[in-house]
Design a protein around this ligand. Structure first.
Ligand code: ADP
Ligand code: MG
Ligand code: MG
Length: 217
């Protein structure tokens, strides 16, 4: 792991950014099916700001260093991305960051991360007034969280736990194609989005998968 500013968090966010950059057009097209088409642009803009903010944090791979970098990154993402997903992704990062910061100068494990992701999931539900089953990012985040919690209980090493959670998010994001939209802009257009995956669920799965590629241990 490089000693660059922001440490592990910056490295993970940079990997997530590269993945959404590579899929920016596709995310925009998915959002245009039943939304306003700006999800690709918004998430790329937000993650660029998040990476820059994380790089400004002290380097380090401990839970508290990662937490501090994620707090800066989440705030920057929400400010830069705009839109529903910007506020929700920003909160997701700051909530996970806050949970890790509390743990102090210890290694980041699945056992530490799973409850932080669980708390972040609940915070995102509350802010957006959403729930699982409404064809949103929550439909990818919930199985990601569930898988991480299961592995945390089993004592699975973080990289393997995260990879499995990312795989669960990826299948769940694909499965949103079969769901009618009930939330966000897409809901106003009723069934029009059916047959296409939700853009937010898709970006969440892309980011989770990219982060899996840079985690070790
Ligand atoms: P906007 O809808 O403001 O243009 P984006 O296009 O960036 O924002 O993001 C759209 C995505 O945000 C949706 O695909 C969905 O996954 C997610 N989303 C929107 N509203 C909510 C909500 N209330 N709860 C959870 N996720 C939501
Ligand atoms: Mg949009
Ligand atoms: Mg918009």
């Amino acid at each position: 792991t490089p000693a660059a500013g922001g440490g592990a968090a910056a490295e993970a966010l940079a990997a997530a950014l590269a993945a959404v950059e590579a899929h920016e057009q596709e995310l925009g097209r998915l959002d245009a099916v039943a939304g306003d088409g700006d999800h690709g642009q918004g998430i790329v803009r937000g993650l660029r700001a998040a990476v820059a903010a994380a790089r400004g944090a002290d380097p380090g791979d401990t839970a508290d260093a990662t937490g501090r970098a994620l707090l800066l990154a989440g705030t920057a993402l929400a400010d830069a991305a705009g839109g529903a997903s910007g506020a929700l992704y920003g909160l997701l990062l700051t909530e996970i960051g806050g949970g890790l910061l509390e743990a102090g100068p210890v290694p980041v494990t699945a056992e530490l991360l799973a409850p932080a992701v669980d708390a972040a999931f609940h915070a995102v539900c509350e802010l957006g007034g959403g729930a699982v089953g409404e064809k949103t990012m929550l439909d990818a985040l919930a199985p990601f969280r569930d898988t991480l919690l299961t592995h945390a209980r089993a004592g699975t090493p973080l990289a393997a736990a995260w990879a499995d959670a990312a795989a669960a998010a990826t299948s769940a994001a694909r499965a949103t194609a079969d769901m009618p939209a009930k939330r966000g802009r897409a809901a106003r257009l009723g069934e029009r989005g059916q047959g296409h995956a939700d853009p937010g669920a898709t970006s969440l799965a892309l980011m989770a998968t990219a982060v899996a590629g840079v985690l070790d241990g």
